[in-house]
Design a protein around this ligand. Structure first.
Ligand SMILES: [Zn+2]
Ligand SMILES: [Zn+2]
Length: 206
């Protein structure tokens, strides 16, 4: 499985290109901006984009999604509880962030346990509320895409619309720390980590 990280947009959020190299088919997770750059890169890699998956509804993760959909013709998906956010610049914070507002409808609403497939690879949707109501992580192939739920030695903030700190910690402990220790974790900001490192040294999870 190919997994490539790009920092996109003025907030330098992590966008991931995840693909099956044999089938040359993949998904884009969290295109927060720079849709043209993402599109060019996937083209140069020879990858056809099957789906644009949003880990949650904040502008720094969704800002380039609508334009990328136009370029790739791929559907956009988000958890059903965050679907309202892409259509609401107040809730997705684009009113207070740099650049044009995010205001678009998604094509597909996800639920916990849904499977996202591309080529012969698949990732499972894990609903991890706490940063937002409908935040998700994607898990499979010994990889966890953790959005703004879990960061390297930190966790997402919970003071924005739909956030709740206790819910966030419960999501992480009950749904993420139970994964295999050697699972590589790729967050929505900052460096990658592993489940083992976070279990041992994340000060928010003591
Ligand atoms: Zn966020
Ligand atoms: Zn973010």
């Amino acid at each position: 499985m190919i997994l490539k990280r790009l920092q996109v947009g003025v907030y330098a959020a992590n966008c991931y290109i995840i693909a099956d190299e044999e089938a040359q088919e993949g998904i884009i997770v969290d295109p927060g901006g720079d849709s043209e750059k993402i599109y060019q890169l996937t083209n140069s890699m020879g990858i056809k984009i099957k789906e644009i998956v949003l880990t949650h509804g904040h502008h720094d993760h969704i800002g380039g999604a609508d334009a990328l959909r136009t370029l790739t013709k791929a559907p956009i998906s988000i958890h059903k509880k965050d679907a309202e956010m892409t259509e609401d610049p107040e809730k997705n914070l684009s009113v207070m962030m740099y650049g044009p507002d995010s205001n678009f409808m998604v094509d597909k609403k996800l639920s916990d346990g849904d499977i996202i497939t591309f080529g012969s690879k698949s990732l499972k949707v894990i609903h991890t509320p706490g940063h937002t109501l409908g935040g998700i992580c994607l898990y499979g192939e010994s990889v966890l895409i953790s959005g703004d739920t879990l960061f390297e030695r930190s966790v997402g903030r919970s003071d924005l619309y739909g956030g709740d700190h206790d819910t966030l910690i419960r999501s992480i402990k009950n749904k993420l720390l139970i994964l295999e220790d050697d699972t590589k974790v790729y967050p929505g900001h900052g460096s990658d980590t592993t489940i083992a490192i976070e279990k041992k040294s994340n000060p928010f999870l003591r």
